[in-house]
Ligand binder design. Structure first.
Ligand code: DX5
Ligand code: ZN
Length: 219
């Protein structure tokens, strides 16, 4: 089994202290930094764009795991690559041609992520799995932090994990939304190897980030 990694979402951080919050996450053992980019159109919420990501880049060497919830996404991919994203994750519904957008991310030498909403089926990406580095399974409807985990998406993770083993593929399986100390084990058992967490990492145990990351990792 791959080592479990935690990708804390800075959506739950103190926005007036983002640089320091990222340094704290690195010190506490985060494996990467999850950046939720929302456009108020693809999802009903607005967060941050390339200038903020660029400004934050100097605070850590950890990979930036950039989750783009914007549409149309294709024409903005380069801006996020140049701002310092390491993994660029897009939603199939946000682009006219998923294959082209995947190739575009690859040509920019970034890791490619594809995210599936709770109602989006795995079938949509089966043919493309060998060109994807990471599948991000949404366990809430994207748009907001602090929502309730949807256990029904675990079946999709199991399905993906099975395909991954059968075809001997290498992609990571990341889960995002409502992850806490009750469901982390279920997600890991289903096959997820990267857990995104905003609320649990920043708010539990009086904001003891290290403790929360360790507990999520089951370490
Ligand atoms: C939801 C975002 C998630 C979310 C995670 O649209 O993609 O990354 O902020 O936050 P929690 O852990 O609070 O659900
Ligand atoms: Zn996210």
């Amino acid at each position: 089994m791959k080592k479990i990694q935690i990708s804390p979402s800075i959506l739950s951080a103190d926005f007036s202290q983002l640089g320091n919050e990222i340094k704290k996450l690195e010190k506490a053992g985060a494996d990467m930094i999850h950046v939720d980019v929302m456009d108020g159109h693809f999802v009903p919420n607005l967060t941050m764009g390339p200038p903020i990501i660029k400004a934050l880049r100097q605070y850590t060497k950890l990979p930036f795991d950039v989750h783009l919830m914007i549409s149309p996404v294709h024409k903005y991919i380069k801006d996020y690559a140049e701002a310092g994203a390491d993994i660029i994750t897009i939603h199939p519904e946000a682009t006219k041609n998923l294959k082209d957008s995947i190739l575009h991310i690859k040509k920019l030498n970034k890791k490619v992520g594809v995210s599936l909403n709770p109602e989006t089926k795995v079938d949509l990406i089966v043919e493309l799995l060998d060109s994807i580095d990471l599948v991000l399974i949404m366990s809430v409807n994207p748009g907001f932090g602090g929502q309730k985990f949807m256990p029904e998406v675990l079946d999709k993770i199991k399905e993906l994990k099975k395909m991954k083993n059968e075809k001997n593929l290498k992609f990571d399986i990341e889960i995002d939304g409502g992850i806490n100390f009750d469901n982390n084990k279920l997600a890991i058992e289903a096959g997820a190897n990267i857990l995104v967490s905003g609320t649990t990492v920043f708010k539990n145990n009086n904001g003891n980030i290290k403790k929360n990351i360790d507990l999520l990792k089951l370490s």
